[in-house]
Design a protein around this ligand. Structure first.
Ligand SMILES: NC(=O)c1ccc[n+]([C@@H]2O[C@H](COP(=O)([O-])OP(=O)(O)OC[C@H]3O[C@@H](n4cnc5c(N)ncnc54)[C@H](O)[C@@H]3O)[C@@H](O)[C@H]2O)c1
Length: 327
């Protein structure tokens, strides 16, 4: 759809954004059946989430355009759902032209591709920030209706564990990776406000088959709940949103209201599935070591023993970022 938008100066500019063909049923529940026959591109398709999500989307009858900087394996198909075509292409998110060509004719893009943990800031800026700009700009040029952006809970990982965080609170990233997701969310908002592209930012918790450490009691996102989160993001009638994609953990840290507003209803609880006590996350500094010179790099700034620590846990330590600086 071509349309008109007004700049702040009141100048009419042409916009090319496809009408978004997602949609809820009358009960504001996501309706996966609405995705049948829709065409979605997935970046980062060969990654942990990409492999699982593509399989689920394939079962729902979504036609996939799957891309990654590495070779993409075909979407696994359990044989119960329809067989839909999948195009697989090796493309770097550095290549704006290639992305725009790939997105032509797509209803939406799920943007998972990039560095998925702390790294040197220059790399995060190039792959996650510039790469997300390329994905959004390619979507705009191709007339795609919606981009679903894989954001992260690490964007607010410096809030203390005794704070319930909601999406209206200012970002407090626990590292440079979190900063790259702040920039990604800001770019999404810009493309919605300025160019009319629908963007849904999904702040993913800790995606996995089962909770593996004590932090996951608060952050775990089961795979079925993860698929529910993405299906809600792909089908909601809401034009622009940010929400936490986390299971219904009884010890959760994040307000789920923004997710409910887009129809995300998680069903799993880490405490209910944890098989006995879970270990501390790797890299956790013991209270004894925290007082020592060796342990001080693992401590969050300004914290003394006995106080609530950052939600990011070991990710929030200065050492976690310093160890990954290469320039
Ligand atoms: N797994 C989680 O618990 C979690 C939590 C929060 C956010 N996320 C976000 O979700 C997304 C997917 O996470 P994941 O766990 O599948 O990560 P992953 O690292 O398994 O997958 C990321 C994929 O992106 C690809 N990629 C890297 N650089 C690229 C480039 N220059 N161009 C194109 N593709 C590139 C990689 O090859 C990889 O296949 C990421 O954006 C991550 O930051 C994941």
């Amino acid at each position: 759809m071509s349309g008109q938008a007004e700049t702040e100066a009141g100048v009419a500019v042409a916009v090319a954004v496809a009408p978004y063909r997602g949609g809820m049923n009358d009960h504001a529940e996501p309706d996966p059946a609405r995705l049948r026959g829709a065409r979605w591109a997935v970046t980062g398709a060969a990654g942990r989430i990409g492999v699982h999500l593509r399989s689920a989307l394939h079962e729902l009858g979504v036609e996939l355009v799957s891309t990654d900087v590495v070779e993409v394996p075909p979407a696994a198909h359990a044989g119960t759902g329809p067989t839909t075509p999948e195009r697989r292409e090796v493309v770097d998110v550095a290549d704006l032209e290639a992305l725009a060509g790939l997105f032509a004719g797509c209803d939406g893009v799920v943007h998972l591709g990039g560095l998925s943990d702390e790294a040197d800031f220059h790399d995060l800026a190039a792959v996650n920030v510039v790469g997300t700009y390329h994905v959004l700009e390619a979507a705009r040029r191709a007339g795609v209706g919606r981009v679903v952006f894989a954001s992260s809970n690490r964007l607010t990982g410096s809030y203390d564990t005794d704070t319930t965080v909601d999406v209206g609170m200012p970002p407090r990233p626990d590292g440079f990776y979190g900063v790259s997701k702040v920039a990604g969310e800001a770019l999404c908002r810009l493309y919605s406000d300025k160019f009319g592209l629908s963007t849904i930012s999904v702040r993913i918790g800790s995606w996995g088959e089962a909770p593996e450490d004590s932090r996951h009691l608060h952050t775990w996102l089961s795979r079925p709940d993860g698929v529910r989160a993405f299906v809600a993001a792909m089908t909601t009638d809401v034009h622009v949103a940010v929400f936490y994609a986390v299971s219904a953990n009884s010890e959760g840290w994040w307000d789920l209201a923004a997710g409910e507003a887009v129809g995300f209803r998680p069903q799993d609880d880490a405490s209910a599935v944890a098989d006995g006590p879970l270990p501390e996350p790797a890299g956790t500094v013991s209270p004894e070591a925290e007082g020592s010179a060796e342990g001080s790099a693992g401590m969050s700034a300004g914290r003394s023993a006995g106080q609530a620590g950052p939600q990011g846990g070991p990710f929030a330590s200065s050492a976690f970022s310093l160890d990954r600086m290469t320039r």
